[in-house]
Design a protein around this ligand. Structure first.
Ligand SMILES: *Cc1c(COP(=O)(O)O)cnc(C)c1O
Length: 398
């Protein structure tokens, strides 16, 4: 490889060049999409040696992959780029964020380390996967200060999200990493993205992304990825090979394309979100606004009135779960993203029934505010009329 490629480059430069370093020499500009599921080889002894090498370490086979489940060159470009952005040796991509988290849990369980220590809130389905023990894991929920005491001999993982979905609560990653001792810390960095925070620099060994969100960035690709050291990446590739949660090459292409605008998108949307958070905090119809210290394009807020009326009242903003797209989305976590979490656990984690979560996109701030203002007016009216929903909310809260 050209040594220039290894010189440190700024994040914005990496975003458009990482994973593409070979293209100009190949006479290409756009990255090729390799849709092959299998790869011909006239030398089956060499193939056997490459399969043995993969089975030993999980390192990517030299030369063309043997079969699509062992690796794909287009997906590998995205993995290379994401690892550069997160500042890790490697990254391993999966069919979704949940497939990525599942592979981490399986990698630890396969070593007899089934116990997980986790801090709420987490994304609803991550909470569910751990609470239900669907992969044979056992979870201890704690606050950041309780992590060191919760770690046992069979603890394989400590998991946190910061800022967390959906409350945007933040944890001090360096302090948490210290409390983990030798247990790997997994930080879900979906909300912050490497533009705002690089957890590896604070001691996280595993960085999880739902790439469905900001990395893809356009609401049209579902994917997950774990950025980590090469040793752990080898384990994850072996799990991916054996359990099959691979990413489609077209998704890999779209993610690489998405990464090139990630810094620009995150910074622009964050500036709009900061302004909307300021206006919401000053609005008498809004009880509370949660906006992280590190910034970002996510806002959570609690309304005095009926949160469902805000959802049904928006016209420009799209009422939909998910986040990180170029357009603004709003949803009611207690009804959708965190519905699967037991109601008491959910409320205990700070996810109030009045909380709304908004993912701010790239629209003009005045257009967004006009839409929110109209929707908030409807919510206020619904509350004043004392709807059944209001009465129910009061019953539940008291
Ligand atoms: C969406 C999300 C996930 C799950 O990712 P999928 O791509 O939907 O499987 C995990 N963590 C966070 C923080 C999320 O927002």
């Amino acid at each position: 490889m050209d040594t220039n490629c290894n010189a440190p480059r700024a994040l914005t430069t990496e975003a458009v060049h990482a994973g593409r370093d070979d293209l100009a020499r190949q006479g290409l500009h756009a990255p090729p999409i390799d849709l092959s599921t299998t790869y011909p080889s006239y030398d089956s002894r060499a193939e056997a040696a490459r399969i043995d090498a993969f089975a030993a370490t999980g390192a990517e086979p030299d030369g063309p992959p043997v079969y699509g489940r062992l690796g794909n060159p287009t997906v590998a470009r995205f993995e290379t780029a994401l690892a550069r952005l997160e500042g890790t040796e490697s990254a391993v991509a999966f069919a979704s964020g949940m497939a990525a988290l599942s592979a981490v849990l399986l990698a630890r369980a396969s070593m007899g380390l089934r116990h997980v220590v986790a801090v709420r809130p987490l994304y609803g389905c991550s909470d569910h996967l751990l609470t239900a023990g669907l992969l044979g894991s056992e979870v201890t929920w704690t606050d950041p200060a309780g992590i060191a005491d919760a770690v046992r001999a069979d603890t394989g993982l400590v998991m946190v999200e910061t800022p967390a979905n959906p409350t945007l609560a933040e944890v001090d990653l360096a302090a948490v990493a210290h409390a983990c001792g030798s247990v790997p810390l997994l930080a879900d960095n979906t909300f912050a993205t490497p533009v705002l925070q690089r957890p590896a620099e604070r001691g996280a060994r595993l960085i999880l992304h739902s790439a469905t969100k900001y990395l893809g960035g356009h609401g049209d690709v579902m994917a997950g990825v774990v950025a980590c050291d090469e040793e752990f990446a080898g384990l994850l590739r072996q799990i991916r090979f054996a359990t099959g949660g691979v990413l489609h090459p077209l998704a890999g292409y779209l993610l690489l394309r998405g990464l090139s605008t990630l810094p620009v998108r995150v910074r622009a949307a964050s500036a709009t979100a900061a302004e909307l958070a300021r206006r919401l905090a000053a609005d008498p119809r809004v009880a509370r606004v949660h906006y992280p210290r590190i910034g970002g394009a996510m806002i959570a807020f609690e309304v005095h009135g009926d949160p469902h009326a805000v959802i049904s009242g928006v016209r420009l903003v799209t009422p939909a779960v998910s986040l990180g797209s170029v357009d603004t989305l709003i949803q009611h976590p207690a009804s959708i993203s965190h519905r699967i979490v037991d109601a008491d656990d959910r409320r205990g984690a700070g996810v109030s029934d009045r909380l709304l979560r908004m993912s701010v996109g790239l629209e003009d701030v005045e257009d967004l505010w006009a839409d929110l203002d109209r929707a908030l007016a409807r919510a206020g009216t619904a509350a004043e009329a004392g709807t059944a929903a209001e009465a129910e909310m009061r019953r539940v809260l008291h």
